[in-house]
Each structure stands twice: as structure tokens, then as C-alpha cells.
Design a protein around this ligand. Structure first.
Ligand SMILES: [Zn+2]
Length: 300
């Protein structure tokens, strides 16, 4: 065993206690999972060692609750400030380089909010006309910090920014309001690595799952999937954090996708907490304008 690994193992032990499983040859170690303890309300480990850490790849995965990610995240979530600092010093050089490469996302060139733009500027008028035609009010524009740009790669698009739980920009949706452009253009960040609008989600209340950002404006406590399929990250986050019901709100023509998702989600600690609505074929979630109560559908 190299000295680096010994130091790392000691540091991990400080955070997670002694490993319950040791596979030195694979550099793999199993600890009691703090997230499982939270879920089950235990103040001591269960001796199962379900949380496996691999020190070749610097990743962790729990066979009990399914949490996984880069090792650094364990220190972020469960370590002290000092332990985090030590980990960042002793982690391998390649990891440090990789993290540096991840450039911070910025709003597209020329982004302006409507509040800060001249209401007589033609693009401002056109963009507002488009938003109004989709039922989007001034209140919604303000709440979701919606803006637009007429410059650069995202010109003549409405921009809906997304912030993570620390209020750092993690994504945006760019919707063209002129007809001769592709409807949507995405930033370079892969959409399955972020949770859209995470800063606005109240995990203690019922959450409403929908496909697109423009649907989410009309739902209370919405979660946008950015497509018909749910990312692994969102699935795991829902599983860990959702405390209320999860209501699936797919467009009328995508009900089958919604039912599939219902069955995927309806298990474990989420069992019996999943609900689904069924819209007429020609109706979208945004047509509802919040009237969802009458569309609940019971799956037998
Ligand atoms: Zn776990």
C-alpha cells in the first residue's frame, strides 16, 4: 500500500469510521453509509459497509440508498472544514487538473433582464409578445429571472437561467422567439449533470415533475426534467430529498412516458407517494394554467 493511500484511508476513517469491508488489492473499501443512517434515523452504523469507496477512481457508491459521486462530495457533505481542506491538498494531481478545466458557466453574451432593457426596443417588444402569447406574466418573468439577448450565439432568444442550491448558475434554456431558428439551443453543460432551478425547489412540499421549462412556470414547486426521460442524478436526488408527494405532469401526448416514470419512481421510500395527471391528447401542461386538481389519474 502506498503512503498516499494510507493517509487517505486515515482521513476517510475520521469521517466515516472504520471500514467494514476491505479489498486492499482493488483499493476498494466499504463503510457504513451516513445517508442510509439519516434515512433510517440511526445514530450508529449498521455494520453492513454498503458505502463502497474506490481509491483507484476516487468515487463512492452506496448499495443501500444509491448515492454515488466523486469522493470529494463525501467530504463536502459529511466532513468538517478542516477535513475538506486536507482532502483537497492530498488528492491526486489529475483530479485537481480536471476540476480546474471545469469552467464556470456564464449567462450568454448580451443577456439582459426585461426590467433593465428599453421597453421600446423592437426585440424587447417581440420577446414580450412571445412570452405573453404563452401566458407568461410579468410576475413569472420576475420570479424566474427571465431575460433575453440579441448578441452572439444565443441572439434573439429568451433566456431562462437555472441556479443550483447554492444559487450558482448551472444551466439555462434559450428559446428562440423568431420562427426561422431552431427552437432551443443548449449551453455546453450536459443537462443530465444538473438539476434545473434547484434553488427554487422546496423538498419538504409536494413537487411537480414536468418536461419543459415553459411548463414549469404554471406549476407550484416544479422540477423540470429537460426532456421526457429522467436523469440518473435527478432520480437519485428525488429519492434522497423528496419528502412530500411527487406529481408527474407530462403533456397529453406523452402520458405513456409518464406512466413509465411512475413505475420507475414508485418504490422504496417513495412507494405510494407518486401521483400522475392525465391530460387530453391535445393539451400541454402549460395550457392548464395551474388547474391540475381535476386531472389526477389513478394507476391500478
Ligand atoms: Zn447509503
Amino acid at each position: 500500500m502506498t503512503e498516499e493511500i494510507e493517509v487517505l484511508l486515515e482521513l476517510i476513517e475520521d469521517v466515516l469510521d472504520k471500514p467494514k469491508k476491505v479489498y486492499n488489492s482493488k483499493h476498494q473499501y466499504g463503510y457504513d453509509c451516513p445517508n442510509c443512517m439519516d434515512i433510517k434515523g440511526l445514530d450508529k452504523g449498521d455494520n453492513k459497509g454498503n458505502l463502497e469507496i474506490n481509491l483507484n477512481k476516487f468515487i463512492f457508491h452506496c448499495w443501500g440508498c444509491g448515492v454515488s459521486g466523486p469522493l470529494g462530495r463525501l467530504f463536502d457533505d459529511y466532513g468538517t472544514k478542516a477535513q475538506k481542506k486536507v482532502y483537497n491538498l492530498i488528492k491526486p494531481e489529475e483530479l485537481k487538473q480536471e476540476e480546474k478545466k471545469k469552467v464556470k458557466l456564464r449567462l450568454p453574451e448580451g443577456f439582459t433582464t426585461f426590467k433593465d432593457s428599453n421597453p421600446r426596443f423592437i426585440p424587447h417588444i417581440e420577446a414580450m409578445r412571445y412570452l405573453t402569447s404563452r401566458g407568461i406574466t410579468d410576475e413569472i418573468i420576475k420570479k424566474f429571472k427571465i431575460g433575453y439577448t440579441v448578441n452572439g450565439d444565443f441572439s434573439y432568444r429568451i433566456i431562462v437561467p437555472s441556479y443550483n442550491s447554492e444559487n450558482v448558475l448551472n444551466y439555462y434554456v434559450a428559446r428562440a422567439w423568431v420562427p426561422n431558428k431552431m427552437k432551443y439551443k443548449n449551453p455546453t453543460v450536459p443537462k443530465d449533470e444538473i438539476i434545473f432551478g434547484e434553488n427554487n425547489i422546496n423538498w419538504k412540499k409536494d413537487v411537480y415533475l414536468c418536461e419543459g421549462v415553459f411548463d414549469s412556470f404554471f406549476l407550484p414547486n416544479p422540477i423540470v426534467m429537460l426532456g421526457k426521460k429522467m436523469s440518473k442524478l435527478l432520480f437519485e436526488t428525488l429519492y434522497m430529498k423528496a419528502e412530500g408527494n411527487i406529481i408527474i405532469c407530462t403533456d397529453g401526448d406523452a402520458f405513456i412516458d409518464g406512466v413509465k416514470l411512475y413505475h420507475e419512481l414508485n418504490g422504496g421510500r417513495l412507494y405510494n407517494k407518486i401521483k400522475i395527471i392525465k391530460l387530453p391528447n391535445d393539451k400541454d401542461v402549460c395550457d392548464l394554467r395551474g388547474q391540475i386538481d381535476e386531472y389526477y389519474y389513478e394507476i391500478k
